[in-house]
Structure formats: structure tokens, C-alpha cells
Design a binder for this molecule. Sequence first.
Ligand code: SF4
Length: 367
Amino acid sequence: MKYLDEFSNPESAKRLLEQIHAATTRPWAMMEVCGGQTHSIIRHGIDQLLPDGVELIHGPGCPVCVTPLEIIDRALAIAARPGVIFCSFGDMLRVPGSSQDLFSVKSAGGDVRVVYSPLDALKLARENPDREVVFFGIGFETTAPANAMTVYQAKRLGVRNFSLLVSHVLVPPAISAIMESATCRVQAFLAAGHVCSVMGTAEYPPLAEKYRVPIVVTGFEPLDILEGIRRTVVQLEEGRHEVENAYPRAVREEGNLPAMEMLRDVFEVTDRTWRGIGMIPRSGWRLAPGYAEFDAEQRFDVTGIHTAESALCRSGEVLQGLIKPHECAAFGKECTPRNPLGATMVSSEGACAAYHTYRRLELVEAK
Ligand code: SF4
């Protein structure tokens, strides 16, 4: 705790806020890419302490939120099959598909299990050779190495009844898509520190140059975020657009080389649809041909599923930073964490859940 407390020290936070106020001469809009950062910002009220006009736009960096509806519906179809043990992290169980979620499949008799690691799913496959064990592999560059390593192990050990339902997405192409959108208001990015701890920072200088935006690699504790904002404001005020690492205790420029090697071996880059946003070219990973036998989509025929989003849910606009969660008419009414209409209300990293958990009473009182 001592180590974490250092990064929440109120005196240091006050000093950083004073520096941000002193450096700011005009309005700026910056996006924190990662949902974990969004939660920290809303939980600690950081956005309310910034100078007037300095706006934090919440980005699409919540892995549960951007997993496309088609893949959720495929997961539901696979999980309902007899003989299947469908394994997932807990967050995914309440994410709504077109007509139900994994909890509904479980309560209807499907063997859906929450695991804490993809290796737990592989262990289940080895213990149940007469069953098909499927792991739902979602997430950004952060979770992908463990999933890649599990598939690598399955191949090495000759485990034939294990497969991965893959929905991995990549941050840099999403930054490009945001900057190229006609409605983009983002002038700088706080990049997600944990993604960079795996992939390093080499992908960011070309983006900073092309779009002329500062990109500051930032951690998750209050002082990390304030330092990221301070450096971003200083760059914007000085007219610079550089990549800076404000999270050096976790991020090295070259990244985690063994993890990157594992990713390159097991996955290949592919186009991916992001829920609420649409298709972003070359923004995801799928299993490479050498591991195609472990692809759950190929093992189970789950194509031709008709998908339908909630007509009320505006999570696509939330994920693109076009509206704040409470600007959705269903926020706190038809849509709550108990009865979520969209993934951004379900996920522990979702922006709607952050506002509902930390801001709901303030928002109601302000009306
Ligand atoms: S409040 Fe609910 S319905 Fe509205 S955008 Fe968020 S998840 Fe969707």
C-alpha cells in the first residue's frame, strides 16, 4: 500500500494541480484512452479540479465495451452447446448480446464458468478430455500475451479440446480512427500505461507526427494522471506534439520483448469491428495460420447470426467521446449496473458504470 499511497499523496496532487492551472491559458480537450484511467479520474474527481475549459474526453479503451456484438452472440451460441465448457472473465457474463447474456445461458443449463486466467481454462481442458473447453479471449495488448501463451502451451502439450474465441483489439489504429473522424475534438492523448508496458512506445511517434497531437504515456493512480495532464497541457501550450513517457516505473521504450515475441508467433493482425464504433482496419489480432486449429469460430459453426443493438443505448457515442454517459436519456433510468442496456454500464472499466458509481447522486442533485 505504501507504494500506491505515494501516488495518491494530496500535497503532491495539489502541487500538480497548481502547475496545471498556471500552465493553462486556453481551453484544451484531451482523451484518456483507457477505461481504467476514466474510472480513476471520475472516482477522484480529477476532471472537476482542472482549469475551466480543460476537458477530459473518455476514450474507447474498455475491452469489454468494445467487444463486438457479433462475437458476443457467437459466444452465447457456443456456450449453449451441449458438451462445451465456456470459460470467461467475470465481467463478460452480464454483457448484453442481441437477446441474452452469458448468465442467461448459464441459468438455462449451459456450462459457463468464470476463470481468473486462460491457463485455468487450459487446465480444465486437460481435466475434461471428453468436453470442448473454450476461453473467451478479449482485450487490448495487455491481456493478449497471456492468451497467446495459453494457445502456445495447448499446441505444445497436444491439448486438442481447447480453443480460443478471439476478440483482441489494438490501441494505435483506434487513435488513428479517432483522429480521422469528422467529429473529432481530441487535441492530445493520455496513452494507456499498461498497453505500453507490453508494446513499448515505438508505435506512437508516427501518430503524434501525423496528427500533430501530444501523446503522453500515463499510469492509473491520481498523481500519474495529473502528471500526464500537466505534461500534455505544457506541450499543447508550447505548440509541441511529442511522445513522452510519464509512467517510467512500468513502461520502457522497447516494451516487453518476450511478450511481443509470443504475440507475433501466435497472432496476426486483422481488421476488427469495435462495438459502438464500427470496423477499424488492422485494429485487432486473430490466430495465425499455425494455430488455426485452436480458433473457436472455426471449430464451431456460428456464422449467420442476426445481431440487434438496443435502440436506446448510445454507448457508441460514449466510446467515441461524443457524449458523456449522463447525457444518454436512459442513464440511471432504464439503464443501471443491475439492468445494463450497454456494455459501457456493465464493465468495471466502462464510462457509464464509472459515472453511475461515483457521480450519479451529484448528477441527480444538479438537475
Ligand atoms: S447509460 Fe446505458 S443505455 Fe446509455 S449509453 Fe450508457 S450503457 Fe448505453
